[in-house]
Design a protein. Structure first.
Length: 224
């Protein structure tokens, strides 16, 4: 299979105006990926699927990633004159990066039996409903997985054929996979309230003594 640099170059030639960056992965997987701009994402995805050499015809999985605001330290070599002598020293700087959400797709070729090629789309920020183009029209296997990212991270996939919650219930209003998510200890509604949820909810209601001395939760408990 071609290198990621070769795939990037050919995709940019095939889709004029597209902007594709190679994102390195410093983790143990050491699996770099292609970051594709929104405007040309669907066209680039179609190229990756249909190009005779690549034929990346199967999207095995699509996952969400939440990046909070963060500060990155960078160390650069700079030349400075110290005691009249020019020396090369390390200089550390800090860069503040605003948070964003990502959808990451792993692509394989069933035709040529190669892969994966990892591509990613990145939102501008972390607001609710931050948009990304849906790649379900290119790989149908992404349909449920983009719904999962929508459900758990709050990304809105434009042109998705059926964008609605898939794991959480309709009345749920938050996004449990975001890094700053905090689980409430009192749900207004849960289809099948579990014992631990009901136990935590008791802290929101004032027990009142019964005639036999036992405590009873007031009738306003929504789980009774």
């Amino acid at each position: 299979m071609e290198t990621l640099e070769q795939i990037k170059s050919r995709a940019e030639l095939a889709v004029p105006g597209s902007k594709i960056d190679i994102v390195l992965n410093p983790g143990p997987a050491n699996q770099p990926s292609l970051l594709i701009d929104h405007e040309h994402a669907v066209a680039v995805a179609r190229f990756l699927r249909d190009d005779p050499t690549l034929r990346l015809d199967f999207c095995s999985n699509a996952t969400g990633v939440d990046w909070l605001d963060r500060t990155v330290k960078k160390t650069n070599k700079v030349k400075k004159v110290i005691e009249g002598v020019e020396k090369e020293v390390d200089e550390t700087s800090e860069e503040k990066i605003s948070g964003y959400l990502e959808a990451v797709y792993h692509l394989y070729s069933i035709t040529h039996k190669h892969g994966p090629v990892v591509i990613r789309l990145r939102t501008k920020d972390r607001v609710e409903g931050a948009p990304l183009p849906s790649l379900t029209p290119i790989w149908r296997s992404a349909e449920f997985q983009e719904r999962e990212i929508f459900d758990l991270y709050g990304v809105r996939f434009d042109q998705h054929p059926d964008l609605r919650r898939i794991l959480m219930w309709d009345e749920f209003t938050d996004y449990p996979m975001r890094k700053d998510y905090r689980e409430p200890d009192d749900y207004e509604y849960e289809p099948t309230p579990h014992d631990d949820v009901m136990e935590k909810a008791k802290g929101h209601y004032t027990p009142r003594p019964q005639s036999d001395g036992a405590e009873q939760i007031t009738a306003t408990d929504p789980h009774r």
